[in-house]
Design a protein around this ligand. Structure first.
Ligand SMILES: [Zn+2]
Ligand SMILES: [Zn+2]
Ligand SMILES: [Zn+2]
Length: 489
């Protein structure tokens, strides 16, 4: 770990600083997980070894709980699953994800000791558990988990004190990292990455963290785990500068971000963006039309209306009632678009949902229009190398391509590619998809400029083959991956 050093970050406690200069897209460090588990809710739909979403999975014949792509993944996951498998069989039921994760971590520590690789900067004992800061309700849940853990933990495994066990529950409560599927589109599990736990938060950070599953499952047999995170630099970082990531989405107002950070991570954010409420005004702004601004009253009324509609829209979406979602969004937009700015965060959420649902319903022209508006708003709010901005540009690129607007489509795809090269890196599956898209749209754009007729007939054929189908059903991506750490349930 020659790139970073632990230091006392003023007012924050322990932190990490750069020991040399970095540039946008540099990998500052990569780190495998100590362990990770699939969420309870999705445990039958993802591979417990490589975390890929898969339609056909094979069940572990012993416990009937663990699922794998194939024998290769099962073999690769056996070291992690072996003790769990026996414990589940004798426990007779499936413990929740927190209990499964703590147990996996503890089995691994019992076997290998507290330093699992020479890159590890802290032992797991040294990580913060924040148990003294926990609210009463959370403490109650913690007690229930510990109680169930004790029933689940086999007598034949090494026995630990309640304090030790609580410590690991506390650690995963504030440091359990959301593990996404192979494309990074959906959070599917939770894992622990000790070095990452040392990187402090800033609402306008200089780094981002991305999970990269590696390429083929065959590789898994050689390493204990291919679930690796990379800490990547978002811009120039000076030697000695503190390294930060954002634990929450910047699209929240500063007050809301501070509330989230306090309840989940137990600290008061004192970053520049919180202290000075930077961009809060934009996030609730009215739109100026021909030099006329709406009154404060009008903006407030539109904001409240939007908020109500968002609630209705979310429930319609979760029920899979997509035509209702379109109806609600369209009604809302009609009323609020003349009043609210394109940086207004509720309006952005309406556009985001509408474009997603319309793309799913194959109304590509409308989907493209709202995806583009969303990107325009995001550009004024997010850091230029924010991953969420990159993903939004990608979506806008794909929907414009689908709508036959190849010039804007290609431009958006290029924009997305430039951002994801920094935030995800060239080997990430989604960057590779984007690269293929970029080549395709570039070729089509050339063709379009030469001969529009040939272009359109070729595109119709391409659409039928759906080479760029990447539209999930909107309700399945709801969990998203906007929060860095997984909130323990
Ligand atoms: Zn697998
Ligand atoms: Zn099993
Ligand atoms: Zn902040």
């Amino acid at each position: 770990m020659e790139n970073v050093a632990i230091f006392d970050a003023p007012g924050k406690g322990r932190g990490l600083k750069a020991t040399k200069e970095f540039w946008a897209g540099d990998v500052i460090f990569a780190e495998p997980s100590v362990s990770a588990v699939a969420f309870d809710s999705i445990a039958e739909r993802i591979c417990h070894s490589c975390f890929r979403r898969q339609d056909k999975l094979q069940r572990c014949g012993q416990c009937k709980f663990a699922h794998y792509c194939d024998r290769t993944c099962q073999r690769a996951g056996w070291a992690e699953h072996k003790q769990e498998c026996g414990a589940i069989k004798s426990y007779g039921k499936i413990p929740n994800e927190n209990i499964r994760l703590v147990a996996r971590i503890m089995w691994r520590l019992d076997k290998e000791g507290s330093v699992l690789s020479d890159m590890q900067l802290v032992t797991l004992e040294e990580l913060e558990d924040h148990i003294p800061d926990m609210q009463e309700d959370d403490l109650k849940d913690l007690k229930v988990d510990i109680h169930n853990f004790l029933d689940y933990w086999p007598r034949t495994s090494k026995q630990h004190t309640i304090d030790d066990i609580s410590h690991y529950f506390g650690v995963i409560n504030c440091n359990g990292f959301s593990v996404s599927d192979q494309k990074g589109l959906q959070a599917v599990g939770v894992g622990l990455f000790p070095n990452l736990c040392l990187v402090n938060h800033d609402c306008w950070p200089n780094c981002t963290v991305i999970l990269n599953h590696g390429n083929q499952s065959a590789v898994n047999t050689m390493f204990h785990s291919q679930r690796r995170i990379e800490l990547r630099s978002l811009g120039k970082i000076e030697e000695g500068e503190e390294l930060t990531v954002s634990y929450v989405d910047f699209l929240n107002l500063s007050e809301e971000r501070r509330r989230l950070l306090k309840t989940q991570y137990f600290f008061d954010c004192t970053c520049e963006h919180c202290k000075n409420h930077i961009k809060d005004d934009l996030k609730l702004a009215g739109v100026e039309v021909d030099g006329v601004k709406p009154t404060e009253e009008q903006v407030k009324e539109a904001t409240d209306y939007c908020y109500q509609m968002l609630e209705k829209m979310d429930s319609a979406r979760l029920n899979g009632n997509y035509h209702e979602v379109v109806k609600l969004c369209t009604a809302c937009i009609e009323k609020t678009e003349p009043v609210l700015a394109n940086t207004h965060i509720y309006q952005l959420r309406i556009w985001s949902t509408l474009s997603e649902v319309q793309a799913y319903l194959q109304y590509f022209c409308e989907a493209a229009e709202y995806a583009r508006k969303m990107v325009e708003g995001y550009l004024k709010l997010y850091h230029p190398n924010n991953a969420a901005l990159g993903m939004a540009a990608m979506r806008a690129g794909v929907t414009h391509w689908q709508a036959g607007e190849i010039e804007v489509g290609h431009g958006m795809v290029c924009k997305a590619y430039a951002i994801l090269m920094v935030t995800h890196g060239p080997t990430h599956p989604i960057t590779k998809d984007l690269e293929a898209m970029r080549m395709q749209t570039e070729m089509e754009l050339r063709m379009f400029k030469q001969n529009e007729y040939v272009y359109h007939s070729m595109r119709d054929a391409a659409l039928k083959n759906k080479p760029m189908a990447m539209m999930h059903e909107p309700k399945s991506v709801d969990e998203g991956v906007k929060n860095l750490f997984h909130r323990r349930k």
